[in-house]
Each structure stands twice: as structure tokens, then as C-alpha cells.
Design a protein around this ligand. Structure first.
Ligand code: SF4
Ligand code: SF4
Length: 369
């Protein structure tokens, strides 16, 4: 199978409303993807506020034979309050997707806390029961925590077939994310690896000029984003790299270098690590815009949107202050302000990037209000 997967979490939408997916454009994107021999799609119940699974049904399941594509969905334990809810959650997913079995099923976003919940609810046992019934072909989990926690989970559940990890060249040596050590832990346990966030939520497509200049000096012919996807796909034990594509141009760009994929050369690997150093020095908040923090916030604060504005501002400092203040004001019209934060900490428990959200919201309130 080709190593590029279509992540259905950042689809094109109308008027910035994440539920209002532009399904005709998604159909065109899916067609382009399939025509070029790619078959792997990835979704989850919370994506697009519950509408991503349905978009897959309309764009792919209702238009292509079942054996022509591969679909991955996830058991999002943070949306489930008891073991009894799991079977109906799963059945609803099959209905939403318009399929009668899944190729891959992941326990979604495991970390030290959600792992405890998974054990308490018998989530692994449920997934393997469904595998025995032929409703799931392969069982794994996506993961956001330390290599030590990953080792503990894989030791407790050697039956798991694959792991989905956050791997990108910026997080490879990051002290918080520890991509490299997580990758090595999965390899030690002999697991297939799927990669999420290779472009870090789009951040590695929009990097500082000095980093762009460096990459272009080595390969002027390829896009900045392509370096990020090729980095992940070049790792020996990586089976699939997901890209959350948002428009046809991104699909075309990804296909241009993944159709006949060539791994990074030694010189390219060295260059990309130098670019990572430049980028690391320019990012204020390492948010990937996954939006896991938003749902539980009692103050309805648009956390990732404020972080986006803040990062942009920090990158250009004073020259962007007026625009950034304006952007901030527009977002806060329909959402809680950064200063509305009551510091309950719910968001930080959900953040896969371990970001000190409360601390940054204080800085943002101070800067923009
Ligand atoms: S700590 Fe602040 S931002 Fe986070 S969930 Fe609570 S109120 Fe919302
Ligand atoms: S703050 Fe964390 S949970 Fe919220 S969108 Fe950013 S990375 Fe995701």
C-alpha cells in the first residue's frame, strides 16, 4: 500500500463552520486521491463536530466498492462514560461511515489517564471481540504520552497490531513529545507504526523565512510541506503517514511526491534537522489545532484560535500587533475571551501536546485585551 493516508479532520468547510463540510470539494479530493492509487482514509467521531464520518460515507463509501479503500476509525474514550456505551458507539460509527466492517480500529488518544479508562471499560477486549466477529480487521491505538507509558501499554497488550504516533521533524527530538523515543519503543515491541501530525497541524507548511530559504537552497523544486511528510515516510518502520488535507491543491502537492516516493537522503535529513532548530526558536505555543481542549471548556474559549493568532503575532512581533488584536477581537465576539478562563484545568487534561494552556491564556489576555 502507498504510504500516504487521507486524514479527514481538516476538510474544507463553509463560513468557518466545522460542521458545514463542503462535500462536493471533498468528493473531488477523494477522487484525485483514489485515481492515483491511494486508498487509506482516517477519521474519528469528534472530527468536524461529528460530521467527518458522514463526509466519508458521502464522498467515498457510497461511491466506491468496499474493497477499493481502507477506512480507519477510533474508539474515542473521552466521549464515553461507561463500558455499556461502547457497543452502541461502535455501531453508530459503522452506520455513520456506511460500512459493515472497519479495516483499522484505534483506541483513540491513549495516555496514562485514558489507558486506565480503557482498562476499566474493557476497551481492548471489546475491539478484539469485534475483530473475531469480522467487524474489525486490525486493532491498534493512537498515543500521546511518554515512551515509558507507551512501553507499559505495549507490554500489557502485546496483542495490539499497530500504534499511531505523532511524528514530525520538529517533535523528533522535542523534550515534551519525544517522537524519536516513542518510535523506538514501538519498534522494540515489533509494531507497525502509523504517523499522525507529520506537518504538525499545518505548522510545518508555514515556517519562518530563514527555514524556508534553507530548505529551498537544497531542493528548490519541492514544497515546504513535502519535507515534513517525506521525513515521516522515510522512517523504516512507518507503514502509513496521514495528512489532514483541506483543499485540492494540498492533495495534488502530496500526490506529487508520494506517488513515486523517495526517502530523504542523508543530506536532506541533516537539512531538515537544521530547519527544525530555526523553527523551534520561533514558535511561542506548540499547538496543533486538534481542538480536543475546546469541547470541555466551561467558558467556551476558542483556545487554538487564540494560540494561532498569538503565534502569528510572536513571529512578526510589533508589525503584526494591530492585525493580531483585530483577529483576536473578531474571534472573541462569539467565544469566551482569554481572560474569561477560570483555570479549572480541564483543557490541559485533554491536550495531547501537554501545553500549559492556562499560562498562555494569561499571556494572551495581557497582550491583546
Ligand atoms: S482552564 Fe480555562 S481554558 Fe481551560 S477549560 Fe478551564 S476555563 Fe477553559
Ligand atoms: S491546545 Fe492542545 S488540545 Fe487544544 S488545540 Fe492545541 S494542541 Fe489541541
Amino acid at each position: 500500500m502507498k504510504k500516504l493516508g487521507f486524514g479527514l479532520m481538516r476538510l474544507p468547510v463553509f463560513d468557518g463552520n466545522s460542521k458545514a463540510i463542503d462535500i462536493e470539494t471533498v468528493k473531488k479530493m477523494a477522487d484525485r486521491f483514489m485515481e492515483n492509487g491511494f486508498t487509506y482514509f482516517d477519521t474519528a467521531a469528534p472530527y468536524h463536530n461529528g460530521m467527518s464520518e458522514n463526509a466519508f460515507k458521502e464522498a467515498v463509501a457510497e461511491r466506491y466498492p468496499r474493497d477499493s479503500y481502507t477506512i480507519t476509525d477510533k474508539l474515542s474514550l473521552f466521549m464515553i462514560n461507561s463500558a455499556e456505551e461502547i457497543p452502541s458507539f461502535f455501531e453508530r460509527q459503522l452506520t455513520n461511515l456506511g460500512v459493515d466492517y472497519l479495516d483499522y480500529y484505534l483506541l483513540h488518544s491513549l495516555n496514562r489517564n485514558t489507558f486506565e479508562k480503557a482498562e476499566k471499560f474493557g476497551a481492548f477486549e471489546f475491539a478484539f471481540r469485534k475483530k473475531n466477529e469480522g467487524k474489525i480487521k486490525h486493532v491498534g491505538f493512537s498515543f500521546h504520552d511518554s515512551p515509558e507509558v507507551l512501553d507499559k501499554i505495549l507490554t500489557a497488550h502485546p496483542e495490539v497490531e499497530f500504534v499511531q504516533l505523532q511524528i514530525n521533524y520538529l517533535d523528533w527530538e522535542d523534550k515534551n513529545i519525544q517522537s524519536r523515543r516513542c518510535y523506538e519503543t514501538a519498534v522494540k515491541h515489533g509494531k507497525k507504526i502509523l504517523v499522525m501530525e507529520p506537518v504538525k497541524g499545518g505548522a510545518l507548511a508555514n515556517i519562518p523565512k530563514a527555514a524556508v530559504d534553507l530548505l529551498k537552497s537544497v531542493r528548490p523544486d519541492i514544497s515546504v510541506a513535502s519535507w515534513a511528510i517525506r521525513f515521516a515516510a522515510s522512517l523504516e518502520n512507518v507503514y502509513m503517514v496521514l495528512s489532514g488535507m483541506s483543499n485540492i491543491a494540498q492533495v495534488d502537492d502530496n500526490l506529487s511526491f508520494m506517488k513515486d516516493f523517495s526517502p530523504l537522503s542523508d543530506k536532506e535529513k541533516e537539512t531538515v534537522m537544521q530547519a527544525a532548530d530555526i523553527i523551534r526558536n520561533s514558535i511561542a505555543v506548540p499547538c496543533t489545532s486538534c481542538r480536543y481542549c475546546v469541547d470541555g471548556c466551561p467558558q467556551k474559549i476558542a483556545i487554538p484560535d487564540y494560540f494561532g493568532v498569538y503565534n502569528e503575532f510572536k513571529r512578526f512581533e510589533e508589525s503584526r500587533l494591530w492585525n493580531a488584536k483585530n483577529d483576536y477581537k473578531n474571534i472573541s465576539k462569539n467565544n469566551g475571551k482569554a481572560s474569561d478562563c477560570i483555570k479549572c484545568g480541564l483543557c490541559e487534561k485533554r491536550c495531547p501536546q501537554n501545553i500549559s494552556i492556562r499560562k498562555y491564556l494569561e499571556e494572551i489576555a495581557h497582550t491583546f485585551e
